[in-house]
Design a protein around this ligand. Structure first.
Ligand SMILES: Nc1ncnc2c1ncn2[C@@H]1O[C@H](COP(=O)(O)OP(=O)(O)O)[C@@H](O)[C@H]1O
Ligand SMILES: [Mg+2]
Length: 430
């Protein structure tokens, strides 16, 4: 329906191909600017778009003989294709804010949209409508925000630019609206703000306690040797906690920096796991926990970064000891999965404990930064809430995946699966 009336509208208007071509040019320019993501680019593009539209309209009135002009049907089809392929919503309205053109993306955004009807029927956004009115009146492009809440929260930046007809026929003047989806940018911004707030909070707590003890030692407890010893010990623990936090934050940002650079070296996972189990020996003994290790014969080669893979094993074993230590034993296992149809071979690391387990509501959120099932317990045990976030990022960089299975009272299983390096020899002579 909409397509048909759009066509008849175009046919009614003599030379409407040129108008449409102008719109496409305008939209494309805006699109390129949007793709580059620069604010200035957007504004320059808006100006360019308006200029291009005006120029094309002018040319349609008096085509210079030297410029090759495509057949009307041909250019209409090309313009249609171009407009349809612009991924962002583009809408053109006339001076009275009646919808004149809308591309596929615009129809997806506003499914009820009908041509020749006022845009205000479909878009209840006073800022946008005021913007159109202002642009039609002043001829100066503008930019406004548009938020959609139903069916999902989405935010757009709408660039509103004038499209000029000709001096002799101002009825062809219009306004083009170009919607830029800012939803994911806003979400990222939110995450960044949350992250900074969380990190500052985590640092402020031990810092406040350090300051408190320092003031006590300078004041009321000045001459108290026993209190001094006790306080210094607490202060050391708090300072260590801040150091751990900074170290975790730094490694998280290092891993993120390299997120899109795949790791290089061929690594045998077996010695990596064995080395970390040795390193964790003292902590395990301190908690009265026994670590069992099993792996198949031969090497288990993956393409990986040795240090990062050590961090993965370290975090998983440390968590199993600290949070699942009451189960008294931990099983660390490596396995090779044989390639099934169309699936590449994989190497699997599992760390299983027999502790209290994790309630189901926490499972999906455990790998979020600073998320802990029990904040007090994590702090007491020297946790930062960043361990599993680090593991998740490392695993993602290695093109692997991690799953967590747990049931309250039945321990937990953390499973990391990495693509096996082809040529990994099951018999061990690779
Ligand atoms: N094996 C486990 N058993 C029970 N809970 C666990 C286990 N591993 C992790 N958790 C929970 O997941 C949370 C997040 O772990 P992590 O990201 O390593 O942070 P941290 O250990 O610094 O608190 C922990 O605080 C704990 O609540
Ligand atoms: Mg941890």
């Amino acid at each position: 329906m909409a397509g048909l009336s759009e066509r008849s509208f175009l046919r009614r208007l003599a030379g409407s191909e040129a108008l449409r071509a102008a719109l496409v040019a305008a939209a494309l320019l805006l699109g390129f600017a949007a793709a580059r993501g620069s604010l200035d680019g957007g504004w320059i593009a808006a100006g360019l778009a308006a200029a291009a539209a005006g120029a094309l309209l002018g040319r349609w009135r008096e085509p210079p003989a030297s410029v090759p002009v495509a057949a009307p049907e041909e250019s209409l089809a090309a313009a249609d294709t171009l407009l349809a392929n612009i991924p962002d919503p583009v809408i053109m309205v006339d001076r009275r804010a009646l919808v004149r053109l809308a591309n596929e993306a615009a129809r997806e955004l506003l499914p009820a949209l009908r041509l020749d009807h006022p845009l205000s029927f479909y878009l209840r956004a006073p800022d946008v409508l005021d913007g159109i009115e202002a642009v039609a009146r002043t001829g100066a492009p503008t930019k406004v925000e548009y938020e959609e809440r139903v069916p999902a929260q989405r935010s757009f930046e709408v660039q509103i630019s004038p499209v000029r007809g000709t001096a002799s026929d101002v009825t062809r003047d219009g306004v083009v609206l170009f919607f830029r989806d800012q939803t994911s940018a806003r979400r990222l911004e939110h995450m960044r703000v949350d992250f900074v707030a969380n990190a500052s909070h985590e640092l402020r707590t031990p810092l406040a306690s350090l300051l408190g003890f320092i003031e006590t030692l300078q004041g009321p407890a000045r001459g108290d040797a026993a209190a001094r010893e006790r306080f210094l010990e607490i202060m050391r623990a708090q300072a260590q906690r801040m150091t751990r936090l900074i170290e975790d934050l730094l490694s998280l940002s290092r891993i993120e920096l390299r997120a899109h650079v795949p790791p290089e070296g061929p690594i045998d996972l077996k010695p990596v796991a064995a080395q970390m189990i040795d390193t964790m020996g003292p902590l395990a003994r301190e908690h009265g926990v026994d670590i069992a290790f099993s792996a198949p014969e031969g090497r288990l080669m993956v393409v990986g970064d040795r240090d990062e893979l050590l961090r993965v094993v370290e975090n998983l074993i440390e968590n199993a000891v600290k949070y699942g230590g009451t189960g008294k034993r931990i099983e660390v296992a490596l396995a090779r999965t044989e390639p099934a149809h169309a699936r590449a071979a994989e190497v699997e690391l599992t760390v299983r404990d027999h502790g209290p387990g994790i309630a189901p509501e926490h499972l999906p959120r455990l790998t979020e930064r600073f998320y802990r099932a029990d904040v007090v317990e994590s702090r007491q045990k020297g946790g930062t809430g960043l361990g599993l976030a680090i593991v998740k990022h490392i695993v993602a960089r290695h093109r692997g995946r991690m799953t967590i299975e747990s049931e309250l009272g039945k321990g937990a299983v953390f499973r990391v699966t990495l693509p096996a390096l082809s040529g990994s020899d099951p018999r061990g002579n690779a």
